[in-house]
Design a protein around this ligand. Structure first.
Ligand code: NOJ
Length: 737
């Protein structure tokens, strides 16, 4: 529709109809039957007469249902303005990929973009218009359950992934292939204090601007059409009512023209935050601050028109926000075709297409991180295998957000391994958890029955596990946290593998058989004992529907692992939050300070994580030459080329992710000890060498200086190029201004 027609349509709307565009409800509200309304309506208390004006629907996820709702809605609506259908398509729709944190470990932005393209295709033909993804919240705390949805603890990686996901989803805005992307949770949600979900965030303005905001900004620069506000406060003001963030930063500085939406119930929660007396005041504060759509509360629906009539709210706030929603609908082509890509035949044709599955398998192969290997891997197919542990034959491999997956399509580890060996004995060995209460809560929320099959006779299982282990050449232990132990509202203070599984592991260790441990989790777990007693450890995350195939391909050497940790694995939960890019402090815990009590350290644990950022093994052995710089001096308008020669000293062809970090030695504010500034992926044949170079630019050296100006400062810099964030392969240069 042309803009003047859209304006004409908009001007013909009543105030209530405009407000309706700012209301998002779940599909139950629009169900034909009146009785179905009772539950949700009474729970959020929305005025019945406002329901028909609702502008968008949350989490309705198949073509048939979406088409029915849309058809009935349009038939009843005076202006025939279609509904927008939005859903949480996080790591895939039916072709479920590894969780975002796992994809973050691929360091492969092209691959990540391809996963988003496939998700968009499947979601588009199923009638979905907008996905609440990507989530690019910076995260340094493994206690926070939502680390699984994040890509990384690092600014550079988060920027790249944000761009890859947004461009992957949105593509050319083709109704049959693309959907709109909603970046979330703006802003700083990953900084929740104590790693507790929904908790307060306390960040300095400098850290917020420099580390937390850039990824959202990258999403916007990539054309992202929607932004979700976060639950947390920033500078004690909840983001959903934070004018500085929603207007000054997002609209004025970043020039964002799209739609903003609150997170679920966040407008009403302004009352709990203690910044609004009631729903009416909450509605006013949120809209004035710049939050366009109210997700799943009655605040806007019940109060905005009253606020205008009482002359407390300028109508322009409603007009601007509602018109943005109509523009988005128009941009997606809904006025021409309200069903957009929704097509049951296309659903059958494209969903889970073989090429989608093979991309999912590639994603598993590129995101499982090999943490330990004493040479036991890759396995030889002749070896007799005991596969033990609750993840050995589990289909629960997709993570908490994959409520659209059909679990029958998941390939288990057992199924994957059996493609290589007919000598596998499997038993579950133990339950995942000793106490299932936490899981039951989520099951009931998702309308699912608690799965009793998760309960096993542990003494029988242990007996069987020991017998199989004794009889085997190699024991593969498939262990981890429950998939509902990470994700939303899944913060943990104890990051160990649940007790029943650790007991099982210890019993198997006593048998002194070679052990390959596969770890399934949505977050870094504490793996000290697993490391100590395993011959190899593969961090598998929640790998999605092709998990079993991808993992088996790594175990048997069809694929050489190449993934790198995009987040630190703490040595002890007490180290959280932890990340590689910390500040030095006045009393750094350096080698020179060994034996000195009065430095910044723990007396009962190291400062460093068990496995650091950027770390990950391969079956190849890579060796680095010293860093060489094209010049030791750089001016504002020149660049330096930094290079290394990397050599594959093994018989395996492999992929190495070469990482460049920079440290600004002296500046007007304290700077991180290292910051990732670039990566290069190279494939090296056995014994092949390659030169890898990076260009260092002035842009890379900028930061928020003491005067809050974003710029570089003259002086000495150290550049590091190596295998991971612990590299000390360094060289210095000077920036002259
Ligand atoms: C709450 C979550 O915080 C958010 O990430 C999600 O998109 C919404 N619910 C909608 O389901």
């Amino acid at each position: 529709m042309k803009k003047d027609k859209l304006l004409e349509l908009f001007n013909s709307l009543t105030l209530e109809e405009k407000i309706g565009q700012l209301v998002q409800l779940n599909p139950d509200f629009l169900n034909e039957s009146d009785t179905v309304h009772t539950g949700p309506i009474s729970s959020i208390g929305i005025k019945e007469e406002m329901i028909p004006y609702t502008g968008s629907i949350l989490n309705s996820v198949n073509a048939k249902q979406i088409k029915t709702i849309q058809k009935e809605y349009i038939e009843k609506s005076r202006h025939k303005i279609p509904l927008l259908f939005m859903a949480d398509i996080i790591n895939g729709y039916k072709t479920v990929f590894p969780i975002p944190l796992a994809l973050g470990c691929s360091y492969d932005f092209k691959l990540v973009k391809e996963t988003a393209q496939i998700s968009a295709k499947e979601a588009a033909v199923s009638g979905i218009h907008v996905t609440f993804s990507p989530m690019v919240d910076m995260v340094h705390d493994a206690r926070w359950g939502r680390v699984m949805e994040s890509y990384s603890e690092d600014v550079y990686l988060n920027n790249q992934y944000a761009e890859a996901m947004v461009t992957g989803y949105q593509g050319t805005n083709d109704p049959h292939n693309n959907i709109a992307s909603c970046v979330k949770h703006f802003a700083g949600y990953g900084g929740a204090q104590s790693g507790r979900d929904y908790n307060t965030v306390e960040l300095s303005k400098r850290t917020l601007l420099e580390e937390y905001l850039p990824a959202y900004h990258s999403a916007i620069k990539a054309g992202c059409k929607m932004v979700m506000t976060s639950f947390n406060t920033i500078d004690r003001i909840p983001v959903t009512a934070n004018k500085w963030l929603l207007r000054n930063i997002l609209r004025n500085e970043w020039n964002f023209k799209g739609v903003t939406i609150s997170d679920h119930s966040a407008i009403k929660e302004l009352i709990n935050h203690g910044i609004a007396r009631d729903e009416k005041e909450a509605a006013q504060k949120a809209l004035e601050a710049g939050c366009d759509i109210d997700m799943m509360t009655a605040c806007y629906a019940n109060n905005l028109s009253r606020l205008v009539k009482e002359k407390k709210l300028d109508i322009s706030y409603i007009n601007d926000a509602a018109f943005r929603v109509l523009e988005l609908k128009n941009d997606l082509g809904l006025f021409e075709n309200p069903y957009r890509g929704a097509d049951e035949d296309d659903e059958k044709k494209y969903i889970l297409a073989p090429e989608f599955r093979s991309k999912a398998r590639e994603a598993v192969e590129k995101s499982c991180v090999l943490l330990e290997n004493n040479g036991i891997l890759p396995l030889n197919s002749n070896k007799k295998i005991a596969l033990i542990g609750p993840y050995g034959n589990s289909k629960e491999l997709c993570g908490m957000w994959s409520f659209t997956v059909d679990k029958d399509n998941v390939i288990t580890v057992k199924e994957g391994i059996e493609k290589y060996s007919n000598n596998v004995q499997y038993c579950t060995g133990s339950q995942i958890l000793d106490d299932y209460q936490v899981v039951k809560e989520l099951n009931s929320l998702f309308g699912q029955e608690f799965k009793n099959q998760e309960l096993v006779d542990e003494s029988l299982e242990l007996k069987c596990a020991k017998e199989y282990a004794k009889d085997a050449d190699v024991v593969i232990m498939a262990l981890g946290e429950h998939s509902y132990q990470s994700g939303e509202a899944a913060s943990r203070t104890d990051l160990s593998i649940p007790k029943p599984q650790m007991n099982l592991f210890k019993e198997i260790v006593k048998l002194k058989k070679p052990i390959v441990s596969l770890i399934f989790s949505g977050r870094p777990l504490i793996l000290n004992e697993i490391k100590k007693y395993s011959d190899a450890v593969l961090q598998c995350w929640f790998p999605g529907i092709e998990g079993g195939n991808g993992i088996a391909n790594i175990l048997y050497g069809k694929v050489n692992p190449s993934a790198r940790l995009s987040i630190s694995f703490p040595y002890h939960v007490g180290q959280c939050p932890i990340s590689y890019n910390f500040l030095n402090t006045g009393r750094p815990n350096t080698k020179e300070n060994i034996g000195n009590r009065f430095v910044s350290k723990y007396i009962d644990a190291p400062n460093l994580p068990l496995y650091g950022f950027g770390y990950g093994l391969s079956y190849s052995q890579f060796e680095y030459s010293k860093v060489s710089l094209s010049s030791k001096k750089m001016s504002m308008d020149t660049v330096i080329e930094a290079s290394v020669i990397v050599e594959n000293k093994s018989e395996y062809e492999g992929v190495e992710t070469v990482q460049m970090y920079i440290n600004d030695v002296v500046s007007s504010v304290s700077r991180p000890v290292k910051e990732l500034k670039g990566i290069k992926k190279i494939t090296l044949k056995p014994y092949e060498k390659k030169k890898v170079d990076f260009i260092i630019t002035n842009e890379m050296l900028k930061f928020y200086r003491c005067d809050m100006k974003y710029d570089s400062e003259a002086g000495k810099f150290i550049v590091y190029i190596g295998h991971d964030s612990l590299t000390n392969n360094e060289e210095c240069f000077e920036l002259i201004k």
